[in-house]
Design a protein around this ligand. Sequence first.
Ligand code: NAI
Ligand code: MG
Length: 400
Amino acid sequence: MSKRKIVTMPGDGIGSVVLEQAIRVIKAAGFEAEYVHGDIGWEYWCSEGNPLPQRTIDLISEHKIALFGAITSKPKDEAAAELDPSLRDKGFIYASPIVGLRQHFNLDICIRPCRTYKGNPLNFIKRGVDSTVDEPFVDVAIFRQNTEGLYGGVEWSNPPKQVYDALMTHPKFVKNFGKVPVEELAVSTRIFSRRATERIVRAAFEYARKYSYKSVTVCEKPNVIRETSGMMLMIAKQIQQNDFPEIQLWNTNIDAQMMWLTKNPEDYGVIVAGNMFGDIVSDAFAGLIGGLGFACSAQMSDEGVAVFEPTHGSAPKYADYEVSIVNPVAMIESASMMLDYIGEGAIAARVRGAVATVIEEGKVRTYDMMKMTGRPDVISRGAATTEQMADAIIAKLGKE
Ligand code: NAI
Ligand code: MG
């Protein structure tokens, strides 16, 4: 049988460093594949006026599964200034290749698991009665609708006449904004479609069933955002009643959830939310389990395209270090999610087991785990390099 092909998109900065180490780890764990390189990121914006070249889209269309490092994005004017002189003033406008991927492949489901590793010095702790210290075990998987809602891009400053006229048909708009000059208005819409909402909610329930979580929490704000949040909650009630009676459906408001985050994070299982609240709640939970060095994610479409990537960016300030100091665990975890997705769950479990053993032993730790400020001298102060962290994980494979 021919080897499975995986598209690898290192991207910019530390993206390429962590991706290389993640591939070493999954290879050592027994995963065999052929990796096909995909161009993405700043370099291609500067040289071609497109950070997501068509050839990369074609590769993903063909092979479906991609591992992605991270990219650098810059504001429009900086982007224009760095464009190759031969391309300037030719109508190229920078757009994020991540958003581009999401839109092109309709990667509408984003999963961000946040699970405590025992012994991680970055784990959240809380004070109990009598000043005891409690380290809650967090095991939450956040399902974020990835294409719609407030990040859907349907927005205007000084909205055109048809839009303004349509808004003026709403009594609340008339009451609250009817006297504001149109050129002083900025409008960002929050549109949910039933189909995409059903897909994210159903995916959350299926995941809960597959991995034995007892609850799915809809984390929105249906008491105020009645139409969109309300629709998600209503759909969740129907799906739960019809198809997942053994799983509890909980409902929290995003603001209260942020407060409860530190009160009882151990109580939550699967959380499902729209695009922006999902973004917020996933970063918040990631903070409890060690932050960007540990936050992994998957984005998937209903046509079998899936992209696995750490949540962190390209961390440009560390990109040029002669010896890389960043934590590869988020990327390694993202690669494990890929293994689960393509049916290599046993290898994924081996990788996660090895990561857990290294963290619990605590002998090899990257600078973030030692609560150091990232500087080249962290290595001489005892922090592991990116490669040493991966080496330590590889050494534990099969011994966890
Ligand atoms: P960032 O995630 O690149 O870095 C923020 C800080 O987090 C770093 O300075 C570092 O202290 C820490 N950090 C990140 N990854 C780490 C790791 N693996 N191990 C240890 N510490 C780590 O976010 P920032 O600085 O806001 O953005 C830098 C660039 O990345 C920007 O151009 C931004 O647009 C882009 N970005 C790309 C993302 C992506 O590719 N998915 C996501 C977020 C930002
Ligand atoms: Mg975010």
